[in-house]
Write a protein that binds this ligand. Structure first.
Ligand code: SAM
Length: 299
């Protein structure tokens, strides 16, 4: 376990992931009944962009750093940016919020969060960050194992974020599939969001194929590609899949998503994709790749 998210906090992949997270929580809050947020790989909850790790890579400069000065942002990106502002005091914008902070900020008094983090230092920081918040429960344990024990939550509705560091590379997808299969069997109506890196397209395709047959009625893939997905050596793009995607989630994401390649990528090389891997009412999962019938792909 060498991975530390502080090196990457606020980069383009965090922007996509956290924008989708905000849209998912917005949709859960359409109903008054409480929901449970489960984060299997929570991290430390908040990151110091002036800390030595962040300054070593400066990855946030090409993600959050670009958007913080952008004008005319669509409402979803604007809301995400307001959340980052709320994580800071004054105008300095020194801190970038992790997924637990964003979720807890949006949660209502009756909602709850179960946060899992295996690394002792990160788990300690997370516990400290939320020690005052009775809605939030921190577990220092393996997130995949914990997921099986935590679902279904007593609220019976909610969201699971699976955001592993992918230290196992392609093999991580198989671990996710196994874990999702067990969790979905125990909680078929839960919303499950999984983050993944895009290096080589051929690494992602088997996962998408598995999702197409996993039994869920609605599975949406949201991707941001900065460069062609043809090299295993660098992070060319990033994606999220949402199992049991809320109604009209694609519409909620579209305006903000279409702006990201323009703001964060290189003209002619960057694109976004919004693809229904499984769509309710359609008998078969669509073919995959650029010509999938339910895929929107734009530069
Ligand atoms: N979700 C966080 C966010 O968006 O702010 C970032 C999480 S970071 C990508 C992945 C985290 O998973 C790291 O903090 C790492 O220590 C932790 N981790 C690695 N293996 C784990 C495991 N098996 N169970 C729980 N946490 C794990």
């Amino acid at each position: 376990m060498n991975y530390r998210h502080a090196y990457h906090a606020g980069n383009f992949a965090d922007v996509l992931k956290h924008m989708v997270l905000v849209a998912l929580i917005d949709s859960l809050e359409q109903k008054a009944s409480p929901f449970c947020y489960i984060d299997t790989h929570a991290g430390r909850g908040r990151y110091d962009l002036k800390g030595s790790e962040a300054r070593k890579t400066n990855e946030a400069d090409a993600g959050f750093g670009v958007l913080r000065t952008a004008t005319g942002l669509p409402p979803l990106l604007w809301k995400w940016l307001e959340i980052v502002r709320a994580c800071n005091e004054g105008d300095e914008m020194r801190f970038y919020p992790g997924s637990p902070w964003i979720a807890a900020h949006l949660m209502r008094p009756t909602d709850s969060a179960q946060l899992c983090e295996l690394h002792p230092e990160e788990a300690g920081a997370l516990r400290q960050l939320f020690h005052h918040d009775k809605r939030v429960h921190v577990h220092q344990r393996d997130g995949y194992e914990a997921l099986n024990a935590l679902v279904p939550p007593k609220e019976k509705r909610g969201l699971v974020l699976i955001d592993p560091p992918f230290e196992a590379q392609e093999a991580e997808f198989r671990t996710i599939e196994k874990s999702l299969k067990a969790a979905m069997a125990k909680w078929p109506t839960g919303v499950f969001a999984v983050w993944y890196p895009i290096k080589l397209r051929s690494h992602v395709q088997p996962f998408h194929r598995w999702l197409g047959k996993c039994g869920a009625k609605r599975v949406l893939a949201v991707e941001l590609l900065l460069r062609p997905d043809d090299s295993p050596l660098r992070l060319n793009g990033t994606g999220m899949v949402i199992v049991n995607a809320p109604w009209k989630l694609d519409d909620a994401l579209r305006d903000s998503l279409r702006l990201l390649p323009k703001l964060l990528g290189t003209p002619g090389e960057s694109e976004y994709r919004l693809t229904w891997l499984v769509e309710e009412g359609k008998d078969e999962a669509p073919a995959h790749g650029p010509h999938a019938p339910h895929s929107v792909r734009r530069r």
